[in-house]
Design a protein around this ligand. Sequence first.
Ligand code: AMP
Length: 116
Amino acid sequence: MSTDRTDCLFCRIVAGDVPATVVATTDRAVAFRDIDPRAPLHVLVVPREHHPDVVALAAADPALLADVVALGRQVAEAEAGGQFRLVFNTGPEAGQSVEHVHGHVLGGTRLGWSPG
Ligand code: AMP
């Protein structure tokens, strides 16, 4: 997969072409604050490489998916006592609006459950 797609918002954030509040990085993944937070902790974890969604990433490079999950855990350890929800919206019907796989790391409060 390409690593720097000019038509992809999260590729542009990873490249530093679009500003974001980056909270942690590895050589293969980046964590930055969601621009519209839904919880006290709401960070997006993304691979630097472009993959459209979590299913594609899991098929193409499961070790990279593991890196993304580990980065989410690292952020949650630092900011929310290590407890967190990790959500990968997959497809527009499920609420995916950016076609570069991203995990929502949510925490910092007791989270309710609502599928809507
Ligand atoms: P999803 O709807 O699951 O695709 O999640 C996309 C998320 O990206 C949403 O929660 C948006 O608030 C967030 N978002 C969109 N643009 C930006 C941006 N420039 N910086 C940080 N987060 C963003």
